[in-house]
Design a protein around this ligand. Structure first.
Ligand SMILES: [Fe+2]
Ligand SMILES: [Fe+2]
Length: 121
């Protein structure tokens, strides 16, 4: 794995996640909108988890739990999405956006600092 000095992959992937979450509240949404979001979230979470394992990150368990909570929220949406009207999808989208913001400025920020410090050792 390549660790870039400013950890650009993490920021870029968060940006894509925000865009995909935003798509949920668009006029025409089908199953593929949800599966793209779920697949991309999985790709991103797995990558962060690989780094944590590789570097022996001390807060791995708590961070993994937070990812798992998000994973299960997304899967719940997938189960029910056929019945969602735009109002409900907007509520969901806003909820996921807020969750992601808190996650990024909290535990992800700590992880970013840790990865960058590990790289300099
Ligand atoms: Fe994370
Ligand atoms: Fe993240």
């Amino acid at each position: 794995m390549i660790v870039t000095s400013e950890l650009i992959w993490q920021d870029q992937q968060h940006q894509v996640l925000f865009e995909l979450i935003d798509e949920i509240k668009a006029d025409h949404v089908d199953l593929s909108t949800f599966t793209r979001l779920i697949d991309y979230a999985e790709h991103h979470f797995s990558l962060e988890e690989s780094y944590m394992q590789m570097l022996g990150y001390p807060d791995y368990d708590a961070h993994l739990q937070a990812h798992n909570k998000f994973r299960s929220e997304l899967l719940t949406m997938l189960d029910d999405q056929g019945d969602y009207d735009v109002e409900l999808r907007t509520t969901l989208s806003d909820f996921l956006t807020e969750w992601l913001k808190r996650h990024i400025y909290g535990v992800d920020k700590k992880l970013e600092v840790f990865i960058m410090q590990s790289e300099r050792k």
